[in-house]
Design a protein around this ligand. Structure first.
Ligand code: FES
Length: 152
């Protein structure tokens, strides 16, 4: 005569099996369970990540290259005033936040909203901006590696 197993016994046996399987999955051949704190810390990214926004070929000396700043999502301008020297500025006018346009010859920037003008290094032109409370355009930090130009 076969012994009858109750529902509670089946559930208890099933739960024990799941627990044993889970413990086996968590351990490795050395008996350790998962990565150590040191292993986790070393796998975290260190320092800021950079995002390539252009190559040197995109912005020949004396020209302007428009790109989207990955940090703000706003238009920005990259220039190469001398061979191997790259600078970038936010397009956000410091008067009231309109988007400035860059002169294609990299000689400066102009804002259509209230007439602010900035020179080639983002400083407001006193003669056109004196009644405006504009300050220099925000500079964007760049990293240059080979011909890759990145924003931190
Ligand atoms: S927002 Fe640019 S001049 Fe006013």
């Amino acid at each position: 005569m076969a012994k009858q197993i109750g529902r509670r016994q089946v559930l208890t046996a099933g739960a024990a099996g799941v627990a044993i399987a889970s413990l086996a999955a968590c351990s490795n051949s050395t008996g350790a369970s998962g990565p150590t704190e040191e292993e986790l810390a070393s796998s975290k990214p260190t320092g800021p990540t950079t995002k390539v926004v252009a190559t040197a070929a995109d912005v020949p000396v004396g020209t302007v290259f428009k790109f989207t700043d990955p940090n703000s999502g706003m238009p920005a301008y990259l220039m190469q005033p001398a061979a191997g020297t790259f600078i970038a500025y936010s397009s956000k006018c410091t008067h009231q936040g309109c988007i400035v346009e860059a002169n294609q010859d990299a000689s400066g920037f102009a804002c259509a909203c209230h007439g602010a003008k900035y020179d080639s290094v983002g400083v407001p032109d006193e003669s056109t901006s004196k009644n405006l409370t504009a300050t220099p355009l925000a500079k964007i930090a760049l990293t240059v590696a080979g011909d890759q130009i990145s924003v931190a």
